[in-house]
Ligand binder design. Structure first.
Ligand SMILES: [Fe+2]
Length: 461
């Protein structure tokens, strides 16, 4: 836990830092000179449990500042410090009476009484944390949401939990309280990948995420890399929505918007290599893979001279949803029927993996504005030699548009596995030569090879 001291007297900083060192060694004391600095610290530091506010502060009215703090991060122990005259003139009695966690400490400082005052504030924090943080509930009432979803917001209108056991949950974010990026990063550092929300809040959360992402995607002046990040956030929500809710108008809207970005982003780069090398690959998860595959497919389509919106829409939808129904994200790198990863899975899991193409294709059929995207999706693991799945189709029976997506899919999976660099991009293309020089794949592969092998100007790499 941290404490925040707002005061413009450096001597008082030193005094309080020494008191905290001696009596509260586990609590970090952050000092702010103005109200503005204090509000920023509360926004970016996170986990500040106690605020100590010097009432002789020149930059702000102490009561007004306390109100702003409570508005921004919610009520928490706040100690007004000052001489009796300053406190009388600058602390509004009604504010003090209204909040039980607000107290007053009359100067001059005395180590013993000041420590008592801090201890009282800490007791309040502990009691609140204990009462509010751990709850026992049936896991059926909760839905896991990927941690990354929470970067889109800085406050949510419901409590968010970390799962401790299948029935015990600990409150991680309180309803309507501002949280910071650092709060989410701290969960990430603790290897927490999901936060849990109650089922009845789930749909609202997804809908409000869609609105935020749609706003971000509508920004025309965004750098292509930022645009890609918004697309990844969009695909993450689309996957969650499709798995948990199904199809709706707002889902259509966000899918359309993500698909519209593929040509815009591709045309922002001089060639596919510079796009790949600029791609913000972090976790290689399904959302990042989907966007990378969509951009690769768009780039290959435009190199082949395919400019129709319909091809773009089919490929775009295929890229977004083809792996949406994989039971496990780690299965996304399995690209052929006798892949060694399958050896460790149960028969049921293998079947579920093999079925993911058909399940996604069935879902695609419900998007009537994207005809034939279902074929592309169902065939995304087919191979030119007929050793792919689910149907083991030969190259001659695979359409060009499916062939393009199959190559883009394998290309991206290979890059996710080997890491994105100039040499892995070139090596991947080289390794594809013997596999994809057949039937309808030949022209597709040749275009990709030419694009990757062509010399880029040094400034693009
Ligand atoms: Fe797949």
């Amino acid at each position: 836990m941290k404490a925040l001291f707002i005061c413009d007297e450096r001597e008082d900083w030193i005094l309080l830092i020494n008191i905290f060192h001696a009596h509260f060694p586990k609590i970090e004391l952050i000092c702010a000179q103005t109200g503005q600095e204090a509000l920023e610290s509360l926004m970016y530091e996170g986990s500040i449990g106690v605020v100590i506010l010097e009432c002789a502060l020149k930059s702000d009215d102490p009561t007004e500042l306390a109100k702003k703090i409570f508005d921004q991060v919610g009520p928490r122990p706040l100690i007004f410090v000052g001489t009796s005259t300053i406190i009388k003139s600058r602390v509004k009695e009604e504010f003090f009476l209204e909040h039980e966690m607000v107290s007053i400490y009359q100067k001059p400082y005395d180590a013993i009484t000041f420590v008592e005052s801090i201890n009282e504030a800490l007791e309040w924090v502990k009691k609140e944390e204990f009462e509010n943080s751990i709850i026992e509930l049936n896991s059926d009432k909760f839905i896991p949401m990927r941690l990354r979803n929470f970067y889109l917001h800085n406050t949510v209108p419901f409590d968010v939990y970390v799962e401790l056991t299948k029935t015990k949950y600990m409150k991680a974010i309180s309803a309507d309280q501002v949280y910071t990026e650092r709060t989410i990063q701290n969960f990430q550092k603790r290897n927490i990948r999901f936060l849990f929300i109650e089922k009845n809040e789930h749909l609202n959360f997804l809908e409000s995420s869609i609105v935020k992402i749609a706003q971000n995607l509508a920004l025309n002046d965004d750098q292509p890399k930022k645009k890609i990040q918004s697309m990844i956030a969009g695909v993450l929500v689309i996957h969650q929505y499709l798995r948990d809710v199904g199809i709706s108008d707002s889902l259509h809207l966000i899918i359309d918007q993500v698909i519209k970005q593929f040509p815009k982003v591709v045309s922002s780069y001089s060639d596919l290599k510079s796009l790949l090398l600029d791609f913000p690959l972090e976790q290689g998860d399904l959302a990042e893979q989907a966007v990378l595959k969509g951009l690769t497919a768009e780039s290959m389509g435009s190199l082949l001279g395919w400019s129709s919106d319909l091809s773009r829409m089919k490929l775009g939808l295929a890229a977004i949803i083809h792996d949406c129904f994989l039971d496990r994200e780690s299965w996304s790198i399995i690209t052929y029927r006798d892949h060694p990863e399958l050896d460790d899975l149960s028969a049921h899991q293998v079947q579920s993996f093999l079925d993911h193409t058909k399940t996604a294709a069935e879902m695609a059929r419900q998007f009537t504005r994207y005809p034939e995207a279902d074929f592309i999706i169902e065939q995304h693991h087919e191979l030119p030699d007929g050793n792919g799945f689910p149907n083991g189709i030969q190259a001659s029976k695979i359409t060009k548009i499916s062939a393009l997506f199959i190559v883009a899919n394998s290309f991206v999976i290979q890059l996710i596995e080997s890491g994105l660099s100039l040499s892995t991009i070139k090596n991947t293309v080289d390794s594809f030569e013997s596999i994809y020089s057949l039937g309808n794949f030949k022209e597709i592969f040749t275009v990709l090879k030419k694009e990757i092998k062509k010399k880029s100007s040094p400034s693009n790499l």
